[in-house]
Design a protein around this ligand. Structure first.
Ligand code: PAF
Length: 307
């Protein structure tokens, strides 16, 4: 694995590989890597010859300075986790400084318009998705990969990036990889390491609330449908309301493409994203499930075994 801290070094490594006919994939991350990130790398490696992993804690996508300062950073551990992937280890680890990516205040940035960012994290984190769209566009331009891979845990982010690629005609394919969960069902996140043992236990309420929503959808299907969106919400909220120390930011139920609320009642096979964000202690956590996607539902139900 080659390591590059500068754009010039990154471009050199990538150009040499491309010149020898190798296809390139990109896995953008903010470091503090965990098994979920490694899964993104493995999935990327299934489709391309050489994977570039970027590790860059993008300051512009944090609304609060405390959140940026507290974001976990562990560069040596990141590099050794990636090396330990062996055959599927990335060809290049790109870990630039903030000055390398933003040598001056940018005068041109990407702005995401409309309904896609009206709800969920777009509503509670103003400017966040513009900053994500901008840095992802920069990374894609730097690496020029044929494929870029993102986790489905950040479901709205994935949708925003799909829109960026479509609207700006970026010549890159996208792959969304299912959420990887801890043994107790909690979605893997770099932020989990900031939870103490009690908070970590409480964090389980998020995935349990999603299971409650999936159970309602299953019951509606067994009864011959349709699914009442209010029933999904009520079941999920009941779990969250009963959870001590979990401060809900949102529990939104939206259509997967538009990320906007749809009809109050949907056919039993309709797809809906149930997405939750909550503060647990000092940490804001998110999770989601796509109701109507059998793989996503099953993966959640398998991971969140009843206690
Ligand atoms: O999902 C993340 O880790 C970040 O939002 C991303 C896509 C690397 C952009 O900074």
């Amino acid at each position: 694995m080659e390591e590059a801290n500068t754009i010039a070094a990154l471009r050199g490594h990538v150009a040499a590989r491309r010149a020898s006919g190798r296809s390139i994939g990109l896995v953008p991350t903010m470091g503090a890597l965990h098994e979920g990130h490694l899964e993104l790398v493995r999935r990327c490696a299934e489709h391309v010859d050489d994977v570039v992993v970027s590790v860059f804690v993008n300051p512009t996508q944090f609304e609060r300075a405390e959140d940026l300062a507290a974001y976990p950073r562990d560069p040596d551990h990141d590099a050794s986790m990636l090396r330990a992937l062996g055959d599927t280890a990335p060809a290049v680890l790109f870990a630039p400084s903030v000055d390398e990516i933003y040598p001056a205040q940018p005068r041109v940035t990407v702005a995401v318009q409309g309904g896609l960012i009206e709800g969920l994290c777009g509503a509670s984190r103003p400017g966040h998705f513009d900053a994500v769209a901008t840095v992802v566009t920069k990374l894609v331009n730097l690496v020029q990969p044929s494929l870029a891979v993102f986790g489905r845990k950040d479901r709205q982010q994935l949708q925003v990036i799909r829109q960026v690629v479509a609207d700006l005609n970026l010549p890159v394919g996208l792959l969304g990889v299912p959420t990887v969960r801890e043994q107790d069902g909690v979605a893997m996140s770099s932020r989990n390491r900031r939870l103490d043992a009690e908070q970590r236990g409480r964090a389980r309420a998020l995935c349990r609330s999603l299971v409650a929503a999936v159970d309602v959808a299953h019951a509606a299907r067994e009864a011959g449908g349709p699914i009442a969106v209010a029933d999904l919400r009520a079941a999920a909220m009941e779990v969250l309301d009963a959870a001590p120390g979990v401060v809900v930011d949102y529990l939104d139920i939206v259509e997967p493409d538009s990320m906007q609320p749809g009809e109050p009642e949907v056919a039993s096979d309709a797809r809906l994203v149930v997405a939750v964000a909550a503060e647990v202690g000092p940490v804001r956590l998110i999770d989601n499930v796509e109701v109507g996607d059998p793989d996503d539902e099953d993966a959640l139900l398998r991971a969140v075994a009843p206690i």
